[in-house]
Design a binder for this molecule. Structure first.
Ligand SMILES: [Fe+2]
Ligand SMILES: [Fe+2]
Length: 483
């Protein structure tokens, strides 16, 4: 492996391991884009903490054994860089019509538009989540959590850089225009919203943030995995390195929810509450009751399912055929990697009933990726439920049925319960608040969101983490707010 690739050049304004110094045109384009990015970060990034010193990790290498170093940084000074995983020698396209051919180092002309669109969609989600989370610093339950939020935010910013690099290097003038558009759209904006639904929703409180990083960042993981399989090698390498960072985002979500559940169960035990569904009694303890956690989970899981698109999709088939977007762990799947003759079961609405129907595997790729996603989601659920059962409660958090609360795909025009029973509009309207967070649920959670900024202290609705970031002790000052 060559040292240039492993180590990042920090001598120029934009840290990189792609030898930007010798790539004048792209360097110029990126330098031209930089001030707009900083303006965007200052306007739309974490509100109120831009001058604070935050204990952040910055990538200095793409070596998986040690790629980050930790230090205090003011977020606007974070070194957002262009980092690609090392090039694999003799890599071939692992699926589709070009299966077995050498991976492309340049954009294949015939697939240019499709490739650009996929990169733009991925790129659009990155700044969107920063925008969605920009108010959360002010209600952080601890400095530890605040630091994790900001770490996620700066890395989503870097992911935007990653996509912008691809656009500017490989897509000429329209790539540069798309790069500018990525800074122009705004999450939730009526006139120019972000491209995907879940990225225009609010992230109003910290439970939402943890659900978002658990469920929505995990959609990101699945998308990045499929793009990491891409025959377009620069995209593959970009996504492979992004996945290294993404793991921490999902860790924040998984452990965040674990800690909330832990605190709730602990408080219920201390107060001698035997019925976890006695919402009023539990809330009186100043912790978030399990039924409300379940509602938040229902919301974020269903919003995230929508991100996979329609179950049956010719776009997905085309992207696969073209060698642009593969399956989750494509290279580990044992089949012909062309899928010309195979089928895949898709849950569909057939004469008013939800049934699996065999569809051509090629057009069912979104469904398959979504199934892989669901399996991946289950792992964390097991951990949360373990906390609940260990505390002696007979209550289980569950993923709602895929027909529940959907805006995209097969079930967008029907209503279903979290168990997947189809119901009519009136029943939905009457019972919606049993399954999704109501205004009063939101108000209650908001009432708990008072900031805790004393070193080593935590808000009473969440347990401290088991270990600190970078092995720091419990009384470590993760954010120096007044700096
Ligand atoms: Fe990201
Ligand atoms: Fe992420």
């Amino acid at each position: 492996m060559n040292a240039n690739i492993m180590n990042v050049d920090y001598t120029i304004k934009i840290p990189n391991n792609v030898n930007l110094a010798a790539d004048r045109q792209v360097l110029k384009a990126l330098e031209g884009w930089h001030p707009g990015y900083i303006d965007w970060w200052n306007d739309m990034g974490p509100e109120g903490f831009q001058q604070s010193l935050v204990y952040l990790r910055t990538a200095y290498s793409v070596d998986p054994r040690g790629w980050a170093k930790f230090d205090y940084v003011r977020m606007p000074d974070y070194r957002w860089g262009i980092l690609l995983a090392p090039q694999e020698e003799n890599r071939v396209i692992p699926f589709g019509e070009h299966y077995g051919e050498p991976a492309w180092q340049e954009v294949p002309g015939e697939h240019r538009a499709m490739l650009r669109r996929l990169i733009v969609i991925q790129g659009d989600t990155e700044p969107a989540s920063v925008e969605q989370q920009r108010h959360l610093g002010k209600t952080a339950p601890s400095l530890y959590d605040m630091r994790n939020l900001f770490q996620v935010n700066v890395e989503e910013g870097r992911h935007l850089w990653a996509m912008v690099y691809l656009l500017q290097k490989y897509f000429g003038r329209d790539g540069r225009e798309e790069a500018d558009e990525l800074l122009r759209r705004r999450s939730g904006d009526a006139d120019s919203p972000r491209m995907l639904g879940a990225f225009n929703e609010k992230t109003p409180d910290w439970l939402s943030f943890f659900m978002f990083t658990y469920f929505t960042d995990r959609d990101g993981k699945m998308q990045l995995h499929s793009l990491a399989q891409s025959g377009f090698d620069p995209l593959s390498r970009t996504c492979r390195f992004m996945l290294t960072e993404e793991a921490h985002h999902m860790f924040v979500g998984e452990t965040g929810i674990t800690r909330v559940v832990q605190r709730t169960c602990g408080a219920m035990r201390e107060a001698g509450i035997d019925d976890p569904t006695d919402v009023a009694k539990v809330r009186a303890l100043g912790v978030i009751d399990l039924p409300t956690i379940q509602k938040k989970l229902n919301l974020h899981y269903s919003l995230s399912l929508d991100l996979f698109g329609s179950e049956v999709s010719t776009n997905a088939a085309n992207a696969f055929n073209a060698g642009i977007k593969g399956r989750y762990r494509e290279t580990q799947i044992e089949d012909d990697h062309r899928l010309q003759n195979s089928t895949y079961p898709v849950l569909k609405l057939v004469e008013g009933e939800i049934k699996p129907v065999d569809e051509p595997a090629l057009t069912a790729l979104n469904m398959r990726l979504r199934d892989d996603y669901t399996q991946d989601c289950v792992k964390g659920m097991l951990r949360w439920n373990k906390v609940i059962s260990t505390a002696g409660y007979d209550y289980r958090l569950t993923l709602p049925h895929v027909a529940f609360h959907r805006d995209i795909g097969e079930f967008k025009d029907v209503h279903a319960t979290p168990d997947g029973i189809l119901i009519d509009d009136a029943t939905w309207a009457k019972r919606r608040d049993e399954w999704l967070p109501s205004t009063s649920d939101g108000d209650f959670i908001t009432s708990l969101m008072t900031p805790v900024t004393e070193i080593g202290e935590f808000a009473p609705w969440i347990s401290p983490p088991k270990v600190g970031i970078d092995n720091k002790p419990g009384d470590f000052e993760y954010v120096k707010i007044e700096s």
